[in-house]
Write a protein that binds this ligand. Structure first.
Ligand code: ADP
Ligand code: NI
Length: 255
């Protein structure tokens, strides 16, 4: 099923997000229009696309589209609310701490304000903002604070997109933007014990595989996420193995 199809779908109400028609005073004054859920999704997508389209670090609009599709798929299997899941997937990287000077809360503030401006209820905006605040991986030693099933599927989807062939491409794209070495044999990988230590890391992209990407399969929140992660994990495991073997000339035939 195409991702575009998800976007045009009209969603049913949930307890956190009553059916549209609830319009904030601010938005009514600004536009005098009542948006339905499909329109809120479309405006949110347009807002995110306009902020991310020029990114070349693996956090571009297409990453968001892939996470949106994966999160909806996982969400359906896990019984998550589709509307909150789709909004949170769209907004999850709207202001990443890795690119905004380290502000872990900016993405959730931007998400909350946008949804309120689009006329969404406070409960809905809060649910989405909470997912956006907690989605990022912040080190081997830090524990996920995700509380809702919608947050769990968005986080699993984000992690699945950091694994497999696409995950490999994204890691090197990110490493290039950040000026990281591909690999430095003198620098051993390090499992960071705290969030602060992880955020201050300075290492190679291959080390990032040991410090994060190879740990992800055991960090999945949901059963569906765990099963989707298996194949992608094998892809990155084989890649790192081959990369190191080639570096050491161990891949060559006997001469
Ligand atoms: P998270 O917020 O959990 O890091 P994102 O969806 O924002 O997840 O994307 C992170 C992407 O950037 C992943 O593909 C990840 O592998 C890559 N990345 C993050 N830090 C590094 C790093 N130090 N070196 C290489 N790639 C990195
Ligand atoms: Ni992401």
């Amino acid at each position: 099923m195409s991702v575009a199809l998800y976007a045009s779908k009209k969603f049913q109400g949930s307890s956190d997000c009553p059916k549209m028609g609830i319009v904030s005073v601010r938005f009514q004054q600004a536009a005098g229009v009542v948006l339905d859920r499909g329109e809120v999704i479309e405006r949110t997508a347009a807002f995110v696309r306009s902020r991310l389209h020029s990114d070349s670090s693996g956090h571009d609009w297409w990453h968001v589209e892939r996470v949106r599709g994966l999160a909806l798929l996982l969400g359906r299997r896990e019984g998550a609310d589709e509307y909150i899941t789709e909004l949170a997937a769209l907004l999850h990287d709207v202001s990443d701490y890795k690119f905004n000077g380290g502000d872990l809360d900016e993405g959730s503030r931007v998400s909350y304000d946008l949804l309120r401006d689009l006329g969404e209820s406070e409960a809905c905006a809060r649910s989405v903002a909470e997912v956006v605040r907690n989605v990022s991986f912040t080190g081997a030693g830090s524990v996920s604070r995700m509380r809702t099933i919608e947050g769990m599927v968005v986080q699993d989807a984000d992690r699945l997109d950091a694994m497999g062939a696409i995950g490999i491409a994204r890691a090197f794209a990110y490493g290039a933007v950040k000026g990281e070495a591909m690999f430095d044999p003198d620098q051993a990988p390090h499992l960071h014990a705290s969030e602060a230590e992880y955020l201050a890391r300075d290492g190679s992209t291959i080390n990032h595989f040991y410090e994060k990407l190879l740990l992800l399969k055991d960090r999945m929140n949901t059963e569906s996420g765990r099963s989707f992660a298996e194949r992608r994990h094998r892809v990155i495991e084989a890649f790192v193995h081959d990369f190191v073997a080639e570096w050491r000339l161990e891949d060559l035939p006997e001469l």
